[in-house]
Design a protein around this ligand. Structure first.
Ligand code: MG
Length: 411
């Protein structure tokens, strides 16, 4: 089997509402680039990457000469062809490598007639548990209400739990002053006794704020405190003084950083991201190191459509030491680009695809519709907030000053 062509298509798919985070917002839609790799046997493998536009489409097209004639089975050679660790200082292709690795695994799986998880050691579970992943929300275009107060947040979580069966709730914070977010977090604990909680302000608390927040939740049923402050040393300082496990998806995203965390522990739990780490296989390797050193493992979400979600499911299927629910933004989407429509949750879990390869195929009409929508709307900056023109994020952050004021409706 040999690669003959690569094609990248940027799409934008609506979310139910704009989602706030510490660096700005997801502006009511995700922008993703779908990658298709054709082989000489007529098969097409699928990949996906965050962001996009003409630059991303051109960057993938520019890799065509490196990929032409490459055997998709040769995944280690691919890693050095695309993202040699020293050349990557200049090329920065790790996320592109990930999308191409997904597509190659999809090709190999289809060629052999086996699901990707069978290429990664075989599954140890048939479905992967997910957390509810709660965001503060602007009012949505489709009439969904703002999410700002403790009551609104609990009501939102209750609806998600009723619809999807979540028993773990992650609050994305760093938006309002910590005292308000603490009130929200404790309201979730009161509303859902027996469920587990996690809080992630995307590193924007000061050390003092992080210590105070951590101390104030020690009595609750916490999975972990995720990136409360910036940096591995920052996490280590919080970890020394707070009796809650510390997690990160930001400062342990490669093997050098994982080594640093082994030698000088800052994070008890590492959230593995199939894109940030450069592929599903890199995440499996990292999970093996974590198993050896008793570092917990979870699955990170960087905002996914069905192709990337499939990579997360195959990863989650094969990790014996996946002792935490995975994260997904998926249930905030209004639609997807895969055949059959969005994958469904049952009892807070999503079934691992069992078809050959990644087990998902593109719905051509949906891809065309959302590629057209991207051409119409373009991209948006992740680190800007459409509700606060001129604002940009600092660390520690300056947050919405008044959580008592309703969030504005956006255009
Ligand atoms: Mg995070």
């Amino acid at each position: 089997m040999r690669i003959t062509a690569i094609r990248a298509t940027t799409v934008t798919v609506p979310l139910e509402a704009p989602l706030l985070h510490s660096n700005g917002a997801h502006w009511g839609r995700f922008v993703r680039t779908l990658v298709e790799i054709e082989a000489d046997n007529g098969l097409v493998g699928l990949g996906e990457m965050g962001g996009g536009g003409e630059g991303a489409e051109a960057a993938f097209a520019a890799l065509a000469p490196h990929l032409a004639g490459h055997d998709p089975f040769e995944l280690e050679a691919l890693r050095f062809k695309i993202a040699n660790p020293t050349a990557s200082l200049y090329n920065n292709r790790t996320q592109m490598l990930a999308a191409i690795e997904f597509a190659c695994l999809d090709l190999v799986g289809q060629h052999l007639g086996v699901p990707v998880h069978d290429l990664l050691g075989g599954r140890v579970r048939d479905s992967v548990p997910f957390a509810s992943y709660l965001f503060y929300r602007y009012p949505g275009a489709g009439g969904s209400p703002e999410v700002r107060t403790p009551d609104q947040l609990v009501e939102h979580a209750r609806a998600l739990k009723a619809a999807h069966g979540f028993t773990v709730h992650k609050l994305k914070g760093g938006v309002f002053p910590p005292a308000h977010e603490l009130e929200c977090y404790r309201a979730l604990a009161d509303a859902f006794p027996g469920d587990r909680l996690r809080y992630d302000p995307n590193s924007v608390l000061s050390l003092d704020e992080g210590l105070r927040f951590g101390k104030a939740i020690e009595d609750l049923d916490n999975d972990y405190l995720e990136d409360p402050v910036l940096g591995l040393e920052g996490l280590r300082l919080v970890r020394e003084r707070v009796n809650v496990p510390l997690a990160t998806n930001t400062v342990v995203v490669n093997f050098e950083q994982l080594a640093a965390n082994v030698l000088r522990r800052g994070a008890d739990v590492v959230l593995l991201d199939t894109t940030f780490w450069g592929g599903i296989r890199a995440c499996v390797k990292a999970a093996g190191v974590c198993e050896t050193f008793q570092i917990g493992v979870a699955v990170h979400s960087s905002g996914e459509l069905g192709v990337q979600l499939a990579t997360m499911l195959h990863l989650g299927a094969v990790l014996p030491n996946l002792t935490y629910a995975a994260d997904a933004h998926y249930h905030h989407l209004a639609d997807d680009v895969i055949e059959g429509g969005p994958m469904a949750y049952a009892d807070g879990r999503i079934a691992v695809p069992s078809g050959p390869g990644l087990g998902v195929r593109l719905d051509r009409d949906k891809v065309a519709e959302y590629a057209e929508l991207y051409k119409e709307l373009g991209g948006y900056p992740y680190d800007r907030d459409p509700g606060r023109p001129g604002w940009y994020p600092l660390v520690p952050n300056d947050r919405w000053a008044d959580p008592a004021a309703p969030l504005p409706a956006l255009d």
